[in-house]
Design a binder for this molecule. Structure first.
Ligand SMILES: Cc1cc2nc3c(=O)[nH]c(=O)nc-3n(C[C@H](O)[C@H](O)[C@H](O)COP(=O)(O)O)c2cc1C
Length: 209
């Protein structure tokens, strides 16, 4: 199975080669990998910003514990969850479904209303956590796709979301920086690429009943 081979190849990259850029063709594939991620109800309650601009990366590095991956990577993916689940998120999904499957919007209203009711049962804080959870699934797809393309990446929670939100103007759009992933190509001098993987043994991680 190639998947396992790719997962063993990848590692959380500490030093990127600042001179190597990911091609536009590969960026397109990575976007599709994120687009195809599963999400609860299929609502995809997030947006993904792809930062290439050096000045913006510098600002974000200062808000990321000064981690060098932010500036040295080719592209920085910032996954942003919607802070609340507004009814229009469901309406957009219903409209997309009707178009994709050639059915009338009216025929999907029952399901749409069901989703709205279930989501409205969540408090604002729960909605925030729920939308945030979905971004991690998209992150996992990005990481897996990167590994297959032999593109390096580093998932990162080591940043100050409030500062990201201010720098990128996210709060005004009802968004929050949830998780970020610089991607690019490892530096030859990144020692971390030689480290053995640390993972729990299968017998500890799993129980079969
Ligand atoms: C949600 C999340 C947040 C992480 N945050 C950081 C981070 O801020 N900086 C960093 O260098 N690595 C970060 N990592 C990388 C992990 O430390 C790394 O994935 C883990 O130790 C397993 O190692 P591997 O990815 O090399 O197999 C993060 C990983 C995840 C999944």
């Amino acid at each position: 199975m190639e998947f396992i081979k790719h997962q063993n190849w990848r590692y959380a990259t500490k030093q990127f080669n600042p001179n190597r850029k990911v091609s536009n063709d590969n960026i397109k594939l990575l976007k599709q990998a994120i687009q195809l991620s599963v999400s609860s109800y299929g609502l995809q309650p997030y947006k993904v910003l792809i930062i290439e601009d050096d000045t913006t990366k510098q600002q974000l590095r200062a808000a990321s514990w000064d981690q060098s991956q932010i500036t040295n990577a080719s592209h920085l993916f910032v996954f942003c969850n919607y802070t609340q689940v507004q009814p229009n998120l469901v309406d957009e999904y219903v409209a997309l479904s009707a178009k994709a499957r050639a059915v009338n919007v009216e025929d999907l209203m029952g399901y749409g209303n069901f989703m709205k009711t279930k989501l409205a049962e969540k408090s604002v804080a729960e909605q925030f956590q729920w939308t945030k959870h979905q971004t991690y699934i998209a992150l996992a797809n990005l990481l897996a796709a990167c590994a297959e393309l032999k593109i390096d990446a580093c998932p990162m929670e080591g940043f100050e979301a409030d500062k990201y939100n201010a720098i990128l103007g996210l709060s005004d759009r009802g968004l929050n920086a949830s998780i970020v992933a610089p991607i690019g190509y490892r530096s030859d001098t990144d020692h971390a690429q030689h480290f053995k993987k640390i993972r729990k043994p299968l017998k500890t991680l799993f129980e079969t009943m």
